[in-house]
Structure formats: structure tokens, C-alpha cells
Design a protein around this ligand. Structure first.
Ligand code: SF4
Length: 222
């Protein structure tokens, strides 16, 4: 991308990314896609949800999380009175892997700049990873079965982020127990976000940075 994305208004910068995703040929997933799925939501989102890859429905429509797993995500958002258009929802790879297989390491690496730019433009306070592939981006040496629902404050590319790894909604749909775990952990997100806004996990210096970011973004979630 030749334009300086950080100099554009965030909404325009995200559109530039989406246009670049639509014409991207950086990995072989471009060959089988119907539509690329760059992600959607607010450029001022306080919370970014990151899943794994588009599935059949997402590929058909170019919309993230619009199939069965998306309906569970929508229900979870509704349970906590967060509007889908007030958060940002995307995936680690933006094109559908054949037969919904796992994305390959080289595909994740090829697609990484798009996700990195989305995060740098939005500057969220919280990232909720859905499943192990997005979790591994921030927490590479852990197992989701051991860390799901926990809070990880960390620095990433100059940003202070609160990362919460959750099960992928598709995994949650495979078991009644996991579905309830997913919904119960999701219900704790507003509390974690409030603490993040107050700089609970940050030093005094970092709190100032969070407050400045909050003021500049004029954040609206509900
Ligand atoms: Fe490009 Fe990502 Fe699609 Fe691969 S998955 S073709 S890197 S947009």
C-alpha cells in the first residue's frame, strides 16, 4: 500500500485496506475465493474481534461471521447489549481456505499486514481472539484450553492492548458445555473493558496514554 494509512481518517484507511484485500494475490487462497472478507465494523471500535478465516457463507457474501457461528456471536453480543456495528470483526486470513480447512502458516504470514494495519488504525483497547489462530498472534506459547476467558494486558507494536482469548464460536457450537463457557466468558467482556478504560492493568504513564486514546477516539460502544 503506497498511501500513508495513518494519515487518513480511520474509516477511509480501512476502506483502502479492504480494496487492497479485494485485489490481493499474496497467497493461494485468492484462487478459490468468491469474495474476500476484510472485516467490518466501526473504525472507532474499542473492541476488535478476530476469528480464523471466512467460511462458506462469509465467502459468498463478503461479510465476516454471517453463518451459524456468526449467529452465536450475534447472540453473545446482544446478551451484553453491544451492537455489532460498534465493534470491529475480522479474521486472521481474509479469504476462505478450501473446504474450510485450517489456514496454513504461510497464508497467515502473507495476510498478516492487513490485520496489523487494521489494528494500528483502529487502536482498540481490547482484542478478543476467537479460536487458537488469532490467539497465537498475541499469545504464541499457550493452549486455548488452558487460557480461554483470561485477560492478558500486553504491548503490541506501540499499542497497549488487553487481549482476551475465547473459544471460536464454531467450536462452541459443537458442544453444549463449550457453548455455555463461551457465553459466560463473553458476558465478562464489558467489565474487562471498563477496567481497561480506567487503566486498571496499566502503569500511571500508560493510563495517560489510554485516556488520551479514549478521548481522541470518542468511543461509543452501546
Ligand atoms: Fe491476500 Fe490474505 Fe486473501 Fe491470501 S488470504 S490472498 S494474503 S487477502
Amino acid at each position: 500500500m503506497k498511501v500513508d494509512l495513518l494519515k487518513l481518517p480511520p474509516g477511509e484507511a480501512l476502506e483502502v485496506i479492504a480494496k487492497n484485500v479485494a485485489k490481493c494475490r499474496r497467497c493461494s487462497l485468492s484462487a478459490g475465493r468468491t469474495h474476500s472478507v476484510p472485516g467490518e465494523g466501526s473504525a472507532q471500535a474499542e473492541v476488535v474481534f478476530i476469528g480464523e478465516a471466512p467460511g462458506f457463507n462469509e465467502d459468498q457474501r463478503g461479510v465476516p461471521f454471517c453463518g451459524r457461528a456468526g449467529r452465536l456471536l450475534d447472540q453473545a453480543l446482544e446478551n451484553i447489549s453491544w451492537k455489532r456495528q460498534s465493534v470491529f470483526i475480522t479474521n486472521v486470513v481474509k479469504c476462505r481456505p478450501p473446504n474450510n480447512r485450517d489456514p496454513l502458516p504461510e497464508e497467515i504470514v502473507a495476510c498478516q499486514p492487513f490485520l496489523n494495519w487494521q489494528i494500528k488504525i483502529i487502536k482498540p483497547l481490547m482484542i478478543v481472539t476467537l479460536g487458537r489462530f488469532s490467539m497465537a498472534k498475541f499469545l504464541p506459547h499457550v493452549k486455548i484450553s488452558q487460557v480461554h476467558g483470561q485477560v492478558y494486558p500486553l504491548r503490541w507494536q506501540g499499542l497497549r492492548l488487553v487481549v482476551v482469548p475465547l473459544y471460536h464460536p464454531a467450536a462452541a457450537l459443537r458442544s453444549g458445555r463449550l457453548r455455555q463457557v463461551f457465553l459466560d466468558e463473553f458476558a465478562k467482556l464489558p467489565g474487562y473493558l471498563n477496567l481497561a478504560k480506567k487503566g486498571f492493568w496499566f502503569s500511571e504513564e500508560e493510563k495517560e496514554m489510554v485516556e488520551e486514546a479514549g478521548a481522541s477516539q470518542q468511543l461509543k460502544l452501546i
